[in-house]
Design a protein around this ligand. Structure first.
Ligand code: MRU
Length: 330
């Protein structure tokens, strides 16, 4: 089965970044050239570049571009980090680049290193997750955690790719992921490119799929994992976890270690990004009045108590997650 990467999500070209414009996929695979910090911030804020892992690498390159243009390094770092507050990967990557710069090193080396580290971490997660989820063939996932969101084959989707590469049966149930439809647009496309069976369902159908016996396990990504295991991920993840718990279906988080934030004690302390009402209201015929009140959090927090396991490149964590996370932190 063909399980090669379909696209490069991000690449450094010597004087800037080339990123796949994820707003256009699957209608078009168009690349954006980003040559300034402002362009990187704009791409991140508008979700042209999205997914926690690619946010981190793009952010580190954004910092490099800012510093090269003569911006104050602290200002450059804080402007990049502020572009999206929930994914701690962004903060971690920019801090690593900033620290290198403070030591008199080239932060570009950090950014380039992150590309490779992410690739390797995704491969390790895929293999560890494949073993952990042996026999779970029908996997429900949410949002997009694959080659578009990382520089490897992905985190949750990395497990799917590892299963397929090993010749094991696997079918993905991909939620649409309202409002921006990362599941319907990106995950379905990625899996179809790779020849992996995928069934699309609307977010509201997930509970019925779980209680109806269609799903062996849920596997999602993470934007931030607090010290106690509480996990922020795309809005709708919490509803999946509650439904999986009710249905007795295992619920897994798969994430590279840089999504783990030991400095955040629990989910209540994770900043949740609120996004513009226009994403929910939409445009064109049938849209509600433009001034309709909208609540549009981009993420929610799944309590650790609803999580069966967390697959990282350092190992698979099981409850109680506090000691498990502390044990693997270094
Ligand atoms: O708003 P998005 O599309 O950036 O949200 C992405 C997610 O929630 C992913 O699950 C998470 O970032 C992990 S990507 C490896």
């Amino acid at each position: 089965m063909a399980v090669t990467r379909a696209v490069e999500s991000i690449a450094w070209t010597g004087d800037g970044l080339t990123v796949l414009d994820q707003r256009r996929v699957p209608d078009a695979t168009e690349y954006l050239r980003l040559r300034t910090l402002d362009e990187v911030v704009e791409a991140i804020a508008t979700l042209a570049v999205r997914g926690a892992n690619v946010l981190g690498t793009a952010g580190a390159f954004g910092f490099v571009l800012g510093v090269r243009a003569g911006l104050d390094p602290d200002e450059a770092a804080s402007r990049v980090v502020a572009a999206r507050p929930t994914a701690v990967n962004l903060q971690v990557a920019v801090e690593l680049a900033r620290e290198a710069q403070l030591r008199g090193e080239d932060p570009l080396d950090v950014a380039l290193g992150l590309l490779e580290e992410d690739r390797a971490a995704c491969a390790a997660i895929g293999e560890l997750g494949r073993r952990e989820l042996a026999g779970a063939d029908r996997l429900l996932t949410h949002c997009n955690t694959g080659a578009l969101a990382t520089t490897g084959r992905g985190t949750a989707l990395g497990i799917v790719h590892a299963k397929a590469a090993a010749g094991e049966p696997v079918r993905v149930y991909a939620t649409e992921t309202r409002p921006l439809r990362q599941g319907a647009r990106l995950t379905v496309w990625e899996l179809q490119q790779a020849g992996i069976p995928v069934t699309l369902l609307i977010d509201a159908a997930a509970a019925a799929a779980l209680t109806g016996g269609l799903i062996d396990a849920v596997v999602v990504g993470a934007d931030r994992i607090a010290a106690n295991g509480d996990t922020a991920n795309k809005i709708g993840t919490l509803a999946l976890a509650i439904a999986a718990h009710h249905a007795g279906v295992p619920f897994y988080v798969a994430a590279t270690w840089n999504a783990v934030d030991p400095a955040t004690p629990d989910g209540a302390a994770i900043p949740i990004e609120q996004r513009d009402a226009s994403e929910v209201i939409g445009i064109g015929a049938g849209a509600p009045a433009a001034d309709t009140a909208v609540w549009n959090p981009a993420f929610d927090v799944t309590p650790a108590a609803l999580i069966t396991g967390i697959v990282t490149e350092r190992g698979v964590l099981h409850p109680p997650f506090g000691p498990a996370i502390a044990g693997l932190a270094r």
